[in-house]
Design a protein around this ligand. Structure first.
Ligand SMILES: [Zn+2]
Length: 435
């Protein structure tokens, strides 16, 4: 009797265990995943890392929700991290910070790069800007690096929102090909040859070809550097605002890089003309899977009933775009035909630019998410691109989808848009863990 009870108990606990295991297998994406490489999320311009708003609980990735936890899965089966890089820094500086934050070590912006921007107070190795790869031996108490094992055998997936996309692309350029100036003082990051360290890149609302927002907002103000100066030969004097103290030696093929590198600023990189220079030297790697997701929060003009904000734009033209009612209030005034309230200054929804030597901005640029033109989010102009059909192809941009009715901040779930946002991140997980 006693023996049979025990057997029954054993039997029932085995049955429980077996059914639990079956349930766990059903609910664990990792069980079906082709890889479980870690994911690093890279925020955009004016973004912040997980530590910034701890008291309020507001997160860059998810607002009052937590997209990092969501992507980790209910059982924490995936390693997902939110990186924190300079909120107003150039893509070069952010890429350097991202590298050391993932791998461990102290940030080194490169000797040539720093010398060129010394007038801005650039420091090659800012003291204390370090992450430790070895928590057991960390006398300075540095934050712990996200993935110290990072190499070709232990690659990462990188996901970037907005400028985070350019940061990631520049990091891959440096990893694989090193600095265009070759010698950056010996730092590991700039040596090149680090192929296949990045398995995939996903960009969300990234202005690959720049945004007309700044042009629209500051249309009457001068650019940081006139486009004619950027288009000038490499041996022409640099723009006065960006004059370096020291000219680096020129090496023919590097001249194109020199032209863009006089401007180490996000304001420049995010213009259509600045992005064009960036896209000339920051390549699409044949070793990496690239995915892009676009979004739009404007609608074509109509005399009525198109979900747009009629208070802002009571009279509309069919050829222009107007912000939806549900667009973030911060960006609504710039997204439509006119900047509101300054009537007759074109907003992103009607802004064009046809000047000689400048990137042509035409009606294809009108649809936007309040910050970035939708047409710019697909891929860098001149780089290979295809529609994603469920089969990922490396070395080309796989354009996944345009999320309609999503503004720039809906793509990261601000302030509380889980119904709009979670499907995007589920889609990313589904794609990248199957690679
Ligand atoms: Zn810099």
């Amino acid at each position: 009797m006693r023996a049979s009870l025990c057997a029954a108990r054993l039997c029932s606990s085995f049955a429980t265990f077996a059914s639990l295991a079956a349930v766990a297998a059903l609910h664990t994406p990792a069980a079906h995943a082709a890889n479980n490489d870690p994911v690093v999320l890279v925020h955009g311009f004016l973004g912040f890392g997980p530590e910034a708003f701890q008291s309020s609980g507001f997160k860059y990735w998810g607002g009052f929700n937590d997209l990092v936890a969501h992507m980790r899965g209910p059982n924490g089966e995936h390693r997902v991290f939110a990186a924190s890089v300079g909120p107003v820094s150039s893509s070069w500086d952010r890429a350097a910070e991202l590298y050391y934050q993932i791998k461990g070590g102290c940030v080194d912006y490169g000797s040539k790069h720093t010398a060129r921007h010394a007038h801005d107070g650039a420091i090659q190795k800012p003291p204390g800007k370090c992450w430790t790869a070895d928590p057991a031996n960390n006398p300075e108490n540095y934050p712990i690096a996200l993935h110290p094992a990072w190499d070709a055998q232990h690659p990462v997936h990188l996901v970037g929102h907005s400028q985070g996309g350019q940061t990631i692309r520049l990091l891959i350029e440096l990893l694989e090909n090193g600095s265009p100036d070759v010698d950056e003082g010996g730092a590991e990051l700039y040596l090149g040859g680090k192929l296949k360290w990045v398995k995939s890149v996903t960009t969300l609302a990234t202005p690959h070809n720049g945004s007309s927002l700044r042009e629209a907002m500051f249309g009457v103000m001068p650019l940081p550097v006139a486009p004619t100066e950027v288009a000038a030969p490499a041996d022409a004097p640099p723009a006065p605002q960006a004059a370096p103290r020291q000219r680096p030696p020129q090496r023919g093929a590097k001249a194109a890089f020199w032209k863009q590198s006089v401007i180490d600023s996000v304001q420049w990189e995010m213009t259509p003309d600045g992005a064009k220079e960036f896209n000339k030297w920051v390549r699409t790697s044949p070793h990496v899977y690239y995915f892009s997701m676009a979004n739009v929060a404007t609608e074509s003009g109509s005399y009525c009933c198109n979900e747009t904000d009629r208070m802002l734009a009571p009279i509309q033209s069919v050829q222009y775009q107007y912000p939806r009612k549900d667009m973030a209030p911060l960006t609504k005034p710039y997204a439509g035909e006119y900047i509101v309230p300054s009537l007759f200054r074109p907003g992103m929804g009607s802004y064009t630019q046809f000047g000689a030597g400048r990137v042509r901005v035409d009606e294809a640029w009108f649809p936007n998410d309040g910050v970035v033109n939708t047409v710019s989010m697909k891929s860098p102009a001149g780089h290979p691109v295809r529609e994603f059909d469920g089969t990922a192809v490396a070395g080309t941009w796989n354009f996944v989808a345009t999320y309609r009715g999503h503004d720039h901040f809906d793509m990261v779930g601000w302030p509380r848009k889980e119904e709009l946002t979670l499907p995007i991140y589920d889609n990313i997980s589904k794609i990248i863990f199957a690679l």
